[in-house]
Design a protein. Sequence first.
Length: 272
Amino acid sequence: MTASLKGYVAIVTGASRGIGKGVALGLGEAGCTVYVTGRTLRDGDSDRPGSIMATAEEVTRLGGLGIAIKCDHQVDAEVEAVFHRVHEKHGKLDVLINNATSYTTPHGPPEDHPYWELPIEVWDEMHKVGLRSYYVASIFAARTMVSQRRGLIVNISSGGAAKYAGNVSYNVVKAGVDMLTLASAEELRQHNVAVVSFWPRFTKTEVVLANPEIYPKWRKGWSTIFNGRVVAAVASDPKVMEKTGRALDIGALAEEYDLRDDDGRRPVPIGK
């Protein structure tokens, strides 16, 4: 299935790098106008690779229209300003991708100590951005989507919502994300607005590729844009309301929409 999102307007939070960037690129490849948000405006502004300007430029190069807006998703006023700007410009919002997250370490959730030996800040950081920011962005998206009686909210989650993945705070956040999906979908269903969680698999992000000694199985990972192509397929599905409230595995979706990564592989659906 080749997704077409021409005429669609989307916001992807936390799109400087990683899965957020990959999703933005996949939407752009399908012809979408994509607003990419994050704290890193330009390359070099952070000690980590990637920026929202670079992502936006690549979205445009792939056939969409990428627009970068600097936003700290810990600051509600900045988040509200993003949605106000999009509504003022387009009068609508078709898709929101909640992806923004923040860790106290550069490589993700710390897995080298049990939770009782970690600073409480580890919990606070992950919940404030990785869960609370999803809720806040969903509020502003819903206000537009309910009035237009259509829309899709995709919450980037993981299998860590259902089984231990190396860090207690991470697991609780992802379980919370999936419950946010289920509960908000119930309230939005009557307004024809769909909400789904998306479970990627191990992805070859910039951090993974730069640290192969930390991630010895990096070659078996999936490209970031593969996540985006699968999300684009969901966004373009006229029957997406049939999926609302559910946590969706990338393997099952790739099989349903007949999608493969650039190397021809496709993840085996969970449970098969």
